[in-house]
Design a protein around this ligand. Structure first.
Ligand code: PLP
Length: 484
């Protein structure tokens, strides 16, 4: 076994810690200062990856190798014109919090050994307050909205089992009827969660949506609930569908709880931030009656990946699912400990970036971020509505613009070609979608850095990348010359 000696890279690095952290800070500052101009699309490095050195290089040489090998392939996805998926940036305070999470390196799994759990509880409280939810909601940080939905549906499964007199966390699903999950426009991660939970993707019963909308048709939901003939089921309401930011009428869904026995989970991954603004808050009316809610933090809260919060009024059921009691070395179980409430056992202090950012910018700061994103989306929407090259696929409700090429029947290939040309410009990044069988694309705004000036830059690049006029068939298209 080799021992660490004074000339080992690790011993040398230990003595150089401040200098090394300064190097990392310099690299981060250089990156962040160039973020506004960094292309959103980079060519991925093609060379062979570095091999494991026998004798380590030391941290400064390792950093040099990293930047030399990969830096050119790091995209500006944290920057102001990356409109793909729903991609947040990182506020200055959130970046500070993330660095300190690493430096402190706390295991945020239990409440007794460090203030880590208190910081997490405080962040959850502040987020709950920002979202205007009552105190009876409790929850923990998880890695993203997928895991947040997973935890919500795990609680739902436990509730559903209880309605059948079973403890699914103990006995599993065997012998129980097939669970039924009802939803209008569930995100793909809901299916993934159902698969992971052993309920099966096929337990999802997809309901019709309103005409030209992605919001569930509540009368169809009522009918589906009636067809359950008194059997309990699970409803997933959507607060901000990823395509068009449509919202289910949650208040109307909640009203059905008076007639039918169901568990209500709300996927509010980014739409939950409507609560930050008086202009949009009404879209969430009724969500305070939900059984569980999923909210992402690495989207509109603008903290770095990976971060989300799950909230529930059934923390006791959550503990029944996730309790981790069978290990003597972990001591007596305390169900306030995150290791008894989340899928993980050991976990980083993921809440710290959110804590610092919430305190640094407050409710007003987040209202401003949300409203600025929506204003940029509205601006792009106006340009599209007035354009001869594009048309909107749906009204711009909040922060996402869903649109397509102007021709009556754009093909998926034409959309892809447009998006490829746009990405190649490096000026803006959009992702494709499909809305009511029409291929199109989405521009999602959720980065605190984005300004109307960025919309201008993106718009010019879009116009240049778009086919001119109304082409009769697929490309090749003439490109307009783009001069800044
Ligand atoms: C409504 C909704 N739910 C869930 C997710 C999944 O989020 P994540 O990628 O953080 O797991 C997304 C991602 O865009 C989303 O928009």
């Amino acid at each position: 076994m080799s021992s660490m000696n004074d000339s080992s890279p690790l011993s040398i690095d230990r003595a150089r810690m401040p200098e090394l952290l300064q190097l990392a800070c310099d690299e981060a500052v250089r990156f962040l200062n160039g973020l506004d101009e960094r292309p959103v699309n980079r060519n991925l490095p093609q060379g062979a990856p570095p091999r494991l050195p026998r004798h380590g290089l030391g941290a400064s040489e390792a950093l040099a190798l990293l930047t030399q090998t990969y830096e050119a392939g790091i995209t500006g996805s944290a920057g102001p014109r990356y409109f793909g998926f729903v991609t947040g940036g990182s506020t200055p305070a959130a970046i500070m919090g993330d660095w300190l999470t690493t430096a402190y390196d706390q295991n945020a799994s239990d409440t007794s050994s460090s203030a880590a759990a208190q910081i997490e509880a405080s962040a959850v409280d502040m987020l709950r307050e920002l979202l205007g939810l009552p105190e009876l909601f409790d929850g923990r940080f998880v890695s993203g909205a997928t895991m947040s939905n997973f935890v919500g549906l795990a609680i739902a499964r436990q509730w559903w089992g209880k309605q059948h007199g079973a403890n699914v966390a103990v006995s599993g699903l065997a012998g129980l009827p097939k669970p039924v999950v009802l939803s209008g426009s569930p995100h793909s991660c809901i299916y993934k969660s159902l698969a992971m939970l052993g309920m099966g993707r096929a337990s999802m019963q997809l309901l019709p949506t309103l005409p030209d909308r992605e919001a569930v048709d509540v009368s169809a939901l009522e009918q589906a609930l009636r067809e359950q003939a008194g059997q309990p089921c699970i409803v997933v309401a959507n607060a901000g569908v990823v395509n068009t930011v449509d919202f289910d009428d949650i208040a109307a869904i909640v009203a059905l709880k008076r007639k039918f026995d169901f568990y209500l989970h709300v996927d509010a991954a980014f739409g939950g931030f409507a609560a930050c603004s008086p202009t949009y808050r009404h879209l969430l009316d009724g969500w305070e009656e939900a059984d569980s809610i999923a909210v992402d933090a690495h989207k509109w809260l603008n903290v770095p990946y990976d971060s989300a919060v799950q909230l529930t009024r059934h923390i006791d059921l959550q503990a029944e699912v996730f309790q981790n009691i069978a290990a003597a070395y972990l001591g007596a179980p305390n169900t306030a400990d995150a290791l008894h409430l989340t899928p993980e056992n050991s976990r980083r202090l993921r809440a710290l970036p959110a804590w610092l950012s919430l305190v640094a910018y407050g409710a007003d700061g987040y209202r401003d971020i949300v409203e600025a994103s929506c204003a940029c989306a509205a601006l792009l929407g106006e340009r599209i509505a007035a354009s001869s090259q594009f048309r909107l696929l749906a009204p711009v409700r909040m922060n996402v613009v869903s649109f397509t090429l102007q021709q009556p029947h754009p093909s998926g290939e034409q959309v892809r070609e447009f998006l490829d040309r746009l990405r190649a410009s490096g000026k803006a990044f959009l992702t494709p979608t499909m809305f009511k069988n029409t291929p199109g694309m989405r521009a999602a705004f959720s980065n605190w850095r984005t300004t109307p000036g960025d919309v201008d830059i993106a718009w010019r690049a879009m116009v240049e990348a778009a086919p001119l006029g109304r082409p009769q068939g697929p490309g090749p298209y003439k490109l307009r010359r783009y001069t800044q």
